[in-house]
Design a protein around this ligand. Structure first.
Ligand SMILES: Cc1cc2nc3c(=O)[nH]c(=O)nc-3n(C[C@H](O)[C@H](O)[C@H](O)COP(=O)(O)O)c2cc1C
Length: 179
């Protein structure tokens, strides 16, 4: 697929189906390709934890209990939604105690994930980056197995494409100010 077309037509997919299964071998090869994202100092500050379709119900139950304490209705809603996803990554970045390096790491994560989302789109699948509030909870970090020197940058849900979603044009009227 042509790069310009892929950039314009990739969309975040927010509707999921129980029957969605992922070609994981293919998906993991796309992760390897996505690491060709620019990253200063070649620190490659990323790590992904993958939860496959079979594991999602157990994972979702644990996450729901930690995220929505004493709120069974919200827990159920969350579980019902995410069990429809084909597979999901938790996106982790290496924390650096130096301000500049930490900023560079965070920005490299953005480049890496955009690469991955474009590659997933190019292979005929869909994705959505999700940053729910609960990703900062120590209980969530424990469920995932996040290391002390890592930050959580959200989830990447991997799904089927949603054909009903159209290209969303950007405003970008005054993006560049001439000096
Ligand atoms: C860092 C980041 C975090 C996001 N978090 C969420 C989220 O928590 N929930 C959600 O529905 N979409 C989330 N999105 C998806 C955006 O809402 C989506 O990209 C936006 O609607 C533009 O649509 P498009 O990706 O289809 O072009 C996130 C996107 C980014 C880049």
């Amino acid at each position: 697929m042509e790069l310009k077309k892929a950039i314009i037509e990739r969309r975040s997919v927010k509707k999921y189906d129980y029957e969605m299964y992922i070609d994981e071998e293919k998906l993991f090869s796309l992760v390897d390709l996505a690491t060709y994202a620019p990253n200063h100092g070649m620190r490659e500050p990323w790590r992904l934890v993958y939860i496959n379709k079979k594991q999602i119900p157990e994972f979702a139950e644990k996450v729901a209990q930690s995220a929505f304490v004493n709120d069974p209705a919200k827990q159920e809603k969350y579980i019902n939604k995410v069990t429809k996803v084909g597979g999901m990554f938790v996106i982790l970045s290496k924390r650096d105690s130096r301000q500049k390096e930490n900023l560079e790491n965070q920005m490299a994560i953005g480049a890496f994930i955009q690469n991955l989302m474009l590659l997933i789109h190019d292979e005929g699948m869909g994705s959505c980056w999700k940053t729910p509030e609960f990703i900062f909870k120590p209980t969530f970090r424990k469920i995932v197995g996040v290391n002390d020197d890592e930050d959580v940058n959200g989830f990447l849900y991997v799904t089927e494409k949603d054909p009903s979603v159209n290209v969303m044009t950007r405003k970008n009227n005054s993006l560049i100010t001439e000096w």
